[in-house]
Design a protein around this ligand. Structure first.
Ligand SMILES: C[S@@+](CC[C@H](N)C(=O)[O-])C[C@H]1O[C@@H](n2cnc3c(N)ncnc32)[C@H](O)[C@@H]1O
Length: 278
């Protein structure tokens, strides 16, 4: 039975909300996400959420960290699913907080399906994705009439995650005017080679935005042909968004907001369980 502090009807399960935390700047949180965080009984989150949001939850809230601990892999997805199911049996409002938008490279769809299949009420709360916000905080619009009519959100992580079909980078080079690449740094050299093999000019404008919207934000703009080399020289690291296409040349630096004075990813200590956060 889920707990019911209001004394109202007690349901067999609480509701799990898959909530988008936004890209880092806490002010980019939606009002709906803010309301749920302020009254949740349990919180499950990983490292790519701003620390300030964790302070919004009530004192009684049970917190679970399921992210990557330094030098370790993330908690496996089946374990996270099990934590969500278990919490829904004990709590009325469970928030599963995810960086950016839960349904954009965030495994939110997998968690929603797992919960729904067990009859557990689940609801998604969309968030501002880093693929739009990080470029925006560098003054780069992800679409522009002068730069074409299409943009593709794509993961550069596909080689690591064998459960995903591979990305046809050469095909994308031909079919999409702009590319917004998540998790692209690890394979950046190969991705750039493939895009050029697919017909993109080495002079195509490109950018990498590290730590978008928060402290430590850095932007590198370079032609596609030397992008990987420049990223290595400058030592840019994850989390970063890569933008490729003429939209980068439409950058208006004057419109870029100052990054928020916020910490993200959250720092953490190595623990031996999933129920601790700093
Ligand atoms: C597992 S994906 C999650 C994406 C998330 N669901 C979203 O909508 O933003 C993690 C990747 O998102 C990107 N990312 C997340 N936050 C970022 C930020 N503040 N600045 C730049 N890239 C970010 C990086 O490419 C990172 O490796």
């Amino acid at each position: 039975m889920s707990s019911d502090s209001t004394g109202g009807m007690v349901l067999p399960y609480g509701t799990v909300y898959l909530v988008g935390a936004g890209p880092g700047d806490p002010e980019l949180l939606t009002l709906k996400a803010h309301r749920l965080l302020s009254r949740c009984d349990a919180l499950v989150h990983d490292a790519l959420v701003p620390k300030a949001l964790l302070d919004l939850v009530p004192d009684h809230c049970e917190r679970h960290f399921v992210g990557k601990r330094r030098g370790h892999h993330s908690v496996p997805q089946p374990s996270t699913n099990a934590v969500l199911v278990e919490l829904a049996t004990r709590h009325r409002t469970v928030v599963r907080l995810k960086g950016g938008d839960p349904f954009l490279f965030g495994r939110g769809g997998e968690e929603a399906a797992h919960l729904a299949a067990r009859g557990i009420p689940v609801e998604v709360v969309p968030g501002v994705t880093s693929g739009i916000a990080a470029p925006a905080y560098a003054g780069i619009p992800v679409t522009h009439r002068r730069a074409g009519s299409s943009v593709t959100f794509v993961t550069g992580h596909e080689e690591v995650d064998k459960r995903r079909p591979g990305v046809d980078w050469q095909g994308l080079a031909r079919s999409s005017d702009g590319l917004v690449i998540y998790m692209g740094l690890h394979n950046l050299e190969r991705i750039c080679m493939e895009l050029m093999a697919g017909g993109l000019d080495p002079a195509t404008p490109a950018a990498v935005i590290q730590q978008g919207t928060v402290l430590g934000q850095r932007t590198l703009v370079a032609p596609l042909g030397v992008l990987a080399e420049r990223v290595a020289e400058e030592g840019l690291a994850s989390p970063s968004i890569v933008v490729v296409g003429r939209v980068v040349a439409e950058r208006v630096e004057a419109c870029a907001p100052a990054p928020a004075d916020a910490e993200m990813p959250i720092p953490f200590d190595v623990g031996d369980g999933i129920a601790r956060i700093p």
